[in-house]
Design a binder for this molecule. Sequence first.
Ligand SMILES: Cc1cc2nc3c(=O)[nH]c(=O)nc-3n(C[C@H](O)[C@H](O)[C@H](O)COP(=O)(O)OP(=O)(O)OC[C@H]3O[C@@H](n4cnc5c(N)ncnc54)[C@H](O)[C@@H]3O)c2cc1C
Length: 352
Amino acid sequence: MIRALFYKKKTGKLSFLKTSFWTFSIVSLAGVGYSGYSQYRLEQSKIELSQNHFVKYKVKWRKFVDEKHYLLEIEPLKPQKVNVWNQNGYRKLWSVEIKQPQIHVVRNYTPLPLTHVEDTSDEISLKVLDDDKIDNGKLMFYIKSYDNGEVARWLSKLPIGHEIEVRGPYIEYEFPEAPSDEVVLDRGFLNSSEETSLGNKSKYKSFDINFFSAGTGIVTPLQLMLTQDPFKGKIQIIHACKNYQKELAPLLPLLKKLENHDRLKMHYFENFRKELTNCRVLDKIAETPYPFHDLTTLNNGSTSLKPIFSLVVGPDGFIESVCGPKYELHQGPITGYLGQKGWNNNTVFKLS
Ligand SMILES: Cc1cc2nc3c(=O)[nH]c(=O)nc-3n(C[C@H](O)[C@H](O)[C@H](O)COP(=O)(O)OP(=O)(O)OC[C@H]3O[C@@H](n4cnc5c(N)ncnc54)[C@H](O)[C@@H]3O)c2cc1C
C-alpha cells in the first residue's frame, strides 16, 4: 500500500514525481501546523497584562463617590494567571495605560488591590483582595473626571460590560529590596470588622517615608500599603484636597485601619495653599529628613515616625509649590517648601 504511494506501478522503480508530491505535502502540513501553533502561543501571551500589547478588559462596576470622583472596577475578558500584586509588592509603584480608541490617546491610572462588596445599601463597601487570590485579575481605580478632560470623562460614562483596552504595568518608582528573609507584613486586618491586634512587625529596621499627595494622587501611597507584601516602614501622608470626608468616603475606613495599625499617619489639608503661606502645621510634621540606616539593622521596636524620603504626587502646580517643578522626565532641582527645609534630590522624588 505505502509502496504504491512512492513507486511506479509499471516499472516498480521509485517515482520522482510521487516522492516530490508527498515530500511537499508533508512539509506544507508541518508548516501550517507550526504557524497555527505559533499563532496560538501569540494569542495566549496576549492574555496577560503587558507593555507590548493591549489586553481587553470590560467595565465590571462603577460608582460615583461625589460629583467628580468615582471608583471603577474592570475585569479582563480572559482571567490573568500572573499575580501582578505579588510581583510588585512594596518594591514598585506602578500604573497601567487605558486607551481611548476614538481619539487614540492613552492615560495612566493607578490600580488598587480592591474589590467592591455587593450590598443593597447606597454606601460603598470595599474589600482588599486576599493574598494570592487575584480574582481573575480585576483592577480597581479611583478616578477624577475633569469637565474638559478626555479619558476620565469618557470612562465615567461607559456602560457596564463595555470593552476597554489596557496595557502595562509601568513602574513609576522602585524602592530598595529588603533582605531576603524579611517578613511579609500582614494586612488581614483591613478586611476585618473587629478591632484586631497590631499584627506582625518587620524583622529588620525599615525606613519611613512621606507622601505629599493631592486629589487622586492619594492612590499611590494607598497602592503601596494595600498591596500583597506591603511597604515595610511607616508612611506619613500630607494630603491636599477640597473635602476629604466626601471625596475619600469609601477609602476612609481603610485609611483609618492603617492608622490604627501604626502603618500610616494621615494629615488632611483642605486649604493647602493657605497652609503653605504660614506652614503652621506643616512645619511640625514635615521635619528635615532623617538619616538612612543600613537595611540589615535589626528592628529595635521603635515606634516613632522618622521619614528619610519624600515622594510628591499631584497636579503640576502642587508639585511645584511642594518641591519645585518637574521637567517631563527630569526631576529638576528641589525648591519650594521641601527645598527650604533642607530636602534635596537625594531625599525627594517627584512622581508624574
Ligand atoms: C503614573 C500616573 C498615574 C495616574 N493615576 C491616576 C489615577 O489613579 N486616577 C486619576 O484620576 N488620575 C490618574 N492619573 C492622571 C490621568 O492619567 C489623567 O491625566 C487624568 O485622568 C486626566 O486625563 P483626561 O484625559 O481625563 O483629561 P485631559 O484631557 O488630559 O485634561 C483635561 C483638563 O484637565 C486638566 N488636568 C488633567 N489632569 C489634571 C490633574 N491631575 N490635576 C489638575 N488638572 C488636570 C488639564 O490641564 C486640562 O485642562 C495618573 C497619571 C499618571 C502619570
